[in-house]
Design a binder for this molecule. Structure first.
Ligand code: NDP
Length: 298
């Protein structure tokens, strides 16, 4: 069997961002200002700091406005909720993103559900989760939406395909399963209590791995020719690169899976870049809806 097609999420996301930037420019002309994303970071978690900086840079590069709010690690829940309330009521803000995780004194669900659903560009609010589950217009979580765009681009119609999503988190696994169901896939959601995971996966035309366990899904789990989407981003020691060095790896064992799959996303360079592209897409969609500027399908 020949090696799989490598699904290039980096190239796909760059083309997507170019289209988003064009639409953002057209929308700016219509509404008199660029679409605007407010990003809230609480505390000094280094990884969160990197993610936020990246999001801000990419938002600006796409011709949108980025409004940054940095709060101290000991910020109270009430102060954060007061900021969210201000942003909800600020006409100059189209999208609100609160970087997770939040410090222990803050209830994440309370914060997420305080964001007005129409500005919830992460798509985590229960109203958006409910809209997605019932087939209504929703702001959809960025990572699973990015996976869907890659799958559609590679496979065309997904109708009737067997899809296994490994992981049932609210931010990846569950919305991914909903999106695949909307595409008329036959969907199985696997998790830590699933029995015979290997057999479950071996029947799948599409495997989406969102487990958070480095290289757990090996080629033995993959049906020959299946499409494999690796959501995992794991930082593992890489002594071969020098003392104390790390490398990024997915939830899929790339070397064995690439020999079985028909197509596969690499890590890095697969799903990762799609997540930020879809955040920009959601910001554009949220702005267009707020100003009744017509459909913004990209
Ligand atoms: P969570 O930890 O919230 O969820 C992990 C899921 O995997 C859970 O549902 C868990 O099951 C399941 N699981 C754990 N162990 C096993 C096992 N042995 N067999 C089967 N299922 C198992 O993670 P997230 O959904 O937030 O993230 C998943 C991965 O995706 C991580 O690597 C994360 O870094 C990455 N990620 C990447 C993003 C990107 O932009 N590319 C964005 C977001 C996440 P149970 O519910 O039973 O505990």
């Amino acid at each position: 069997m020949t090696d799989a097609t490598i699904i290039d999420g980096k190239a796909f996301s760059e083309a997507l961002v170019t289209r988003i930037a064009e639409k953002a420019s057209a929308l700016s002309a219509k509404i008199g200002r660029p679409p605007a994303l407010a990003v809230v970071l609480v505390g000094n978690d280094p990884a969160s700091g990197v993610y936020v900086r990246n999001k801000i840079e990419r938002t600006t590069a796409a011709g949108m406005t980025s409004i940054e709010h940095r709060l101290e690690a000991d910020t109270s829940q009430d102060s954060l909720l007061a900021l969210i309330d201000d942003l909800n009521n600020d006409d100059a803000v189209d999208g609100i993103l609160v970087q997770l995780p939040l410090p222990d004194q803050i209830d994440e669900a309370a914060v997420i559900n305080a964001i007005t659903p129409d500005k919830d560009v992460d798509g985590f609010h229960v109203v958006n989760a409910g809209r997605l589950a019932t087939g209504q217009d929703a702001l959809v979580p960025c990572t699973p939406y990015g996976c869907l765009l890659l799958l559609r681009d590679h496979l065309g119609s997904l109708s009737g395909l067997n899809a296994v999503v490994i992981g049932r988190s609210n931010i990846v696994g569950k919305p991914m399963a909903q999106l695949l169901l909307q595409e008329s896939c036959t969907v199985t959601i696997a998790h830590s209590r699933t029995r015979d995971l290997q057999d479950v996966c071996a029947a799948a035309d599409i495997v989406v791995a969102a487990v958070g366990r480095p290289e757990m899904i090996t080629g033995d789990f993959i049906k020959p020719g299946a499409t494999v989407i690796d959501v995992g981003i794991n930082r593992v020691p890489a002594p071969e690169r020098g003392e104390g060095k790390f490398r990024l790896t997915g939830d899929v064992d790339y070397t064995s899976a690439v020999a079985k799959a028909g197509a596969i996303t690499p890590v890095p360079g697969g799903v990762g870049p799609m997540t930020i592209a879809c955040l920009l897409r959601n910001t554009l969609v949220a702005a267009a809806r707020r100003f009744d500027a017509g459909p913004m399908e990209i």
